[in-house]
Design a protein around this ligand. Structure first.
Ligand code: JET
Length: 257
C-alpha cells in the first residue's frame, strides 16, 4: 500500500519510522511519503490559513495550497487513491473501516488544523476521487496528524505479511464483535494477586469457555451497545445463560439455537 500524508507539521509523523510501521515500510509492505503543505504555497510567509467568512473565532485553511497539493499527488501514473480526512465531523472510525482502508492500493491523508479546511477543497476532491472524512470519536484535537498515526496503526496491522500467523488469530478473536477479556503473564502470584487458576490448568476447552465468558461479561458491562449490535446468531444458549445469570438484560432475538 502507498500512503501520502499532507500536513503543516511533517515532524509529527516521525513515529512512522518506528516499531512495526517502520518495519512494514522497510519490508516493502508499505510505502509512506510525508509532504509539507507549505511546499504548495507561493507567498513569502508561506501562508496556509485565513480568517473565516461569516466571522467567528480561529482561522480556516486556505483552499489554494490544498488544491495544488492534491492535483500533484493525484496526477496520472500512480495507483488510484482514496482521500482520507480526519475530522470530528467524519464517519466514525472502527475495525470495519480499517479493513476497508487496508484493501485500498493508495491512501492520501489530509491533515487539517485550526478550525478546518475550506469546504471547497473537500467538494472539489470528491469530484475526482473517493473521499472519506473520518472521526476517531467525539472529541477535538489540534489537528489530523495524531489521528493519521492511529488510523495507520489500525490499517497497517491488517496488511498481509505485517503480522505473523499468531497475529491473524488475535485479529480473528477480535472480529467476533466482543471486547477481549483480561490477560495475564508470569509470575503466577504478584503482590498477593493470583493469575486465575483455570488459565494455569492446561484444560484448553475450559480455558476457551472461560475466555468467552470473560469477553461476554466485560462487553455487556462496559459496551452494552456492542452486545445490542451483534448480528443474530452470534450468542448461543450458553452465552445467553451466562449473561442472564449475571443480571444483564438482553435485546430480544439475539438467541441462536
Ligand atoms: C478529530 C478526528 O480533531 C480531530 O481531527 C483533527 C482536526 C482538528 C481541527 C480541524 C480539522 O479539520 C479537518 C477538516 O476536514 C474537512 O476540515 C481536523 C476528532 N475526532 N476525530
Amino acid at each position: 500500500m502507498q500512503v501520502d500524508v499532507v500536513t503543516i507539521f511533517p515532524d509529527y509523523l516521525a513515529p512512522l519510522d518506528l516499531s512495526l510501521i517502520g518495519r512494514a515500510r522497510r519490508a516493502g509492505l508499505l510505502s509512506v511519503e510525508v509532504h509539507d503543505l507549505r511546499r504548495w504555497t507561493h507567498d513569502v510567509h508561506r501562508t496556509v490559513d485565513d480568517t473565516p467568512y461569516g466571522g467567528g473565532a480561529g482561522m480556516v485553511m486556505r483552499p489554494e495550497p490544498w488544491g495544488a497539493a492534491l492535483d500533484e499527488l493525484t496526477a496520472a501514473g500512480r495507483p488510484p487513491a482514496r482521500l482520507v480526512v480526519p475530522t470530528p465531523v467524519g464517519e466514525r472510525f472502527d475495525q470495519a473501516m480499517a479493513q476497508r482502508l487496508a484493501a485500498e492500493p493508495r491512501l492520501i491523508f489530509a491533515c487539517g488544523r485550526y478550525e478546518g479546511i475550506d469546504q471547497r477543497v473537500i467538494d472539489e476532491a470528491a469530484a475526482a476521487l473517493p473521499v472519506t472524512e473520518v472521526s476517531l470519536g467525539d472529541f477535538v484535537i489540534f489537528g489530523g496528524e495524531v489521528a493519521v498515526l492511529a488510523i495507520l496503526e489500525a490499517v497497517t496491522r491488517l496488511i498481509p505479511g505485517v503480522l505473523g500467523n499468531a497475529g491473524s488469530l488475535v485479529e480473528e478473536s477480535h472480529s467476533d464483535g466482543l471486547l477481549e477479556g483480561p490477560v495475564y503473564t508470569k509470575p503466577p502470584q504478584w503482590r498477593g494477586r493470583e493469575v486465575p487458576e483455570i488459565l494455569r490448568s492446561g484444560d484448553h476447552g475450559r480455558i476457551a469457555r472461560w475466555r468467552r465468558d470473560q469477553a461476554l461479561l466485560r462487553t455487556a458491562s462496559r459496551r452494552p451497545d456492542l452486545i445490542a449490535g451483534l448480528p443474530a446468531g452470534k450468542l448461543d444458549k450458553k452465552d445467553i445463560a451466562l449473561l442472564v445469570a449475571a443480571g444483564f438484560q438482553l435485546p430480544a432475538g439475539d438467541v441462536a439455537e
